[in-house]
Design a protein around this ligand. Structure first.
Ligand code: 13P
Ligand code: SF4
Length: 316
């Protein structure tokens, strides 16, 4: 459906009236990215949420991202376009089961990916994102026992890269685990000059064929600054919008998925991220609802490991 200029104007007007800022993840629809005040990866968005002086944060992403913004800003209103926009990784780690898992390893520190609920953050010692996980994990002495949750693929990648033996929670991303190794190899044969970029949430079978592995912002930087002219990209295709803006002369190819929807081009899309629409962005700014809240003392307990992440991300 075509979106008229009225909707963009309406959102701009509401932003002013509400003293609101729109934060959007790279996986959002291009229209939402274009109306956002700030676009970024999970770490950049958490930092933007920490630094904003807006009274209202409209978070166009998924629930754990908005929840992190609220954990950092108890006095601001955090609204989302769709409260049902969840994340399979966050869902894969229920707090009761995780608390029992943690109790079985009393001498381990808990490093959790930001793709978790506030309840899991509250059970963690430090939070990481795909852009600082290596640095944070490497900051612990080699003999330190570590539980890493909830992404087994990111955890296995870090174990291999850093020579660690972290205990992994068995969660995964429904989008990144669907990339097909067999079809990727076929595509590489067809385009031998293409550089393969992959997000570390992909399975090892896919990561082993990647020339470059990184967070969404790192992959974007690689397209912008790397020497290749053609890229096969194994992550959610929402990121293509900024990649095309940054390097319009470069060719981007979606890494093929195992799902049988390749002709529609939609099989790599995150169904949670894609619940958000520009109309819903307008509506949540107008109604100041749905709102994301994190009650005390859970909020303060979840804040501690998030602040530790910021500290360790800054440390040289
Ligand atoms: P980034 O932090 O790399 O943007 O990843 C977020 C995410 O949900 C990837 O699926
Ligand atoms: Fe969660 Fe995967 Fe969607 Fe990222 S792409 S928000 S990890 S379900």
């Amino acid at each position: 459906m075509a979106i008229g200029p009225d909707l963009f104007e309406e959102i701009e007007q509401l932003k002013k009236e509400r003293k609101a800022v729109i934060l959007a993840h790279y996986y959002q629809d291009p229209d939402i990215q274009d109306v956002a005040d700030f676009i970024g990866d999970s770490l950049q968005l958490a930092q933007a949420a920490q630094n904003t002086d807006a009274e209202v944060i409209c978070f166009a992403g998924v629930h754990f991202m908005a929840e992190t913004a609220k954990i950092l800003n108890p006095d601001k209103k955090v609204v989302v376009p769709d409260l049902q926009a969840s994340c399979s990784l966050a869902e894969s780690c229920p707090p009761e089961a995780f608390a029992a898992f943690k109790a079985r390893h009393p001498d381990a520190v808990v490093v959790s990916y930001i793709n978790t609920t506030a309840a899991i953050k509250a059970l963690s010692d430090v939070i990481v994102t795909s852009s600082n996980a290596e640095r944070v994990v490497a900051s612990f002495p080699p003999e330190q026992k570590i539980i890493f949750a909830p992404d087994r693929n990111l955890g296995a990648y870090l174990n291999q890269k850093l020579g660690r033996n972290m205990i992994l929670w068995d969660g995964s991303c429904i989008v990144h685990e669907l990339f097909s190794e067999r079809k990727l190899v076929q595509l590489k044969v067809r385009y031998p000059d293409a550089e393969v970029l992959a997000h570390p949430e992909c399975e090892e079978a896919v990561l082993r064929h990647a020339d470059y592995i990184g967070s969404t912002s790192a992959l974007l930087k690689r397209v912008k600054e790397g020497g290749a002219q053609r890229f096969i990209v194994a992550t959610e295709p929402g990121i293509f919008h900024q990649m095309r803006k940054a390097a319009p002369e470069k060719e981007l190819i979606e890494a093929p998925s195992n799902a049988s929807c390749t002709t529609t081009g939609a099989c790599n899309e995150c169904p949670h991220m894609k619940r958000n629409t520009l109309e819903k962005v307008r509506d949540c700014l107008r109604e100041l609802s749905p709102e994301v809240d994190v009650p005390e003392p859970l909020r303060s307990q979840a804040l501690r490991p998030v602040l530790r992440m910021f500290e360790l991300s800054r440390a040289a």
